[in-house]
Design a protein around this ligand. Sequence first.
Ligand code: ADP
Length: 264
Amino acid sequence: LEYSSRLEAQSAELTRTAGKLREANEKLTQISLQKDGFLSQVSHELRTPMTSIRAFSEILRDTADLNPDEKRRYATIIHDEALRLTRLLDDLLDLSVLESGQVHLNSRLARLDEVLDHALASALAGYDHPLRVHRDAAGERVMLNSDIDRLAQVFINLIANAQKYCDAADPELRIKIEHAPDGLHVEFHDNGGGIPEGAQAMVFEKFARVSSEKAGGAGLGLAICREIMERLGGDIAYLSGRPGAVFRVTLPVRATTEALLQQA
Ligand code: ADP
């Protein structure tokens, strides 16, 4: 009897181990599938600009009687596509560094209003009709202790997206600050078309593109934002149910200090 119960126990143990192995195997398959998907997406993203660079450089090389205007136009396309490639590679590199977890965070003190000033100036530079920005002067009187450059990178991305995807006749962006139990909320609310309910969950994934490709981004910006906020111990989310697009950045309580900046 003892022998058979020992056998039973062993067989149960074997079943458990087999289950675990199966689970691990499934996970591995999933990871390698994700990797394959990632590689094919990267190749696709690289191929598009490469194709036009090749085509237009061939025209420049092989067409004898191009007028100066045509020459300039083709050269400009080549240049713009090369810039797009560079941006794509920079984003991919940044994302892989963030995902590897080997990022160096440099925390320092900064005023939230100044971080936002800088992010707005940087994101809206070069636009003839930058969106109108409404800010929360009182709410922004907060001192931050975080990796300010990385945080500014998140803000710049969100503001640039608001500008890109907000094609209303009179584009507006509201920046709202709120103290909440889980930290400081910084909300970016534009009056564009927003993101459809069904697509909201995927916009933080790599290569997510919901709206048309008019803006020419590769869909890496929000994935980078999510990685950064995770590293900073905070969060980023899309808030549904409101007109326009609303993104909320949450900074952990330890990254903020209420400061009496009126005196500053
Ligand atoms: P992209 O480089 O394409 O802008 P992002 O990761 O920044 O990549 O954004 C992913 C997708 O989410 C965009 O392609 C766009 O479809 C959608 N999106 C982002 N921000 C907004 C916004 N403020 N309003 C509407 N759609 C947006």
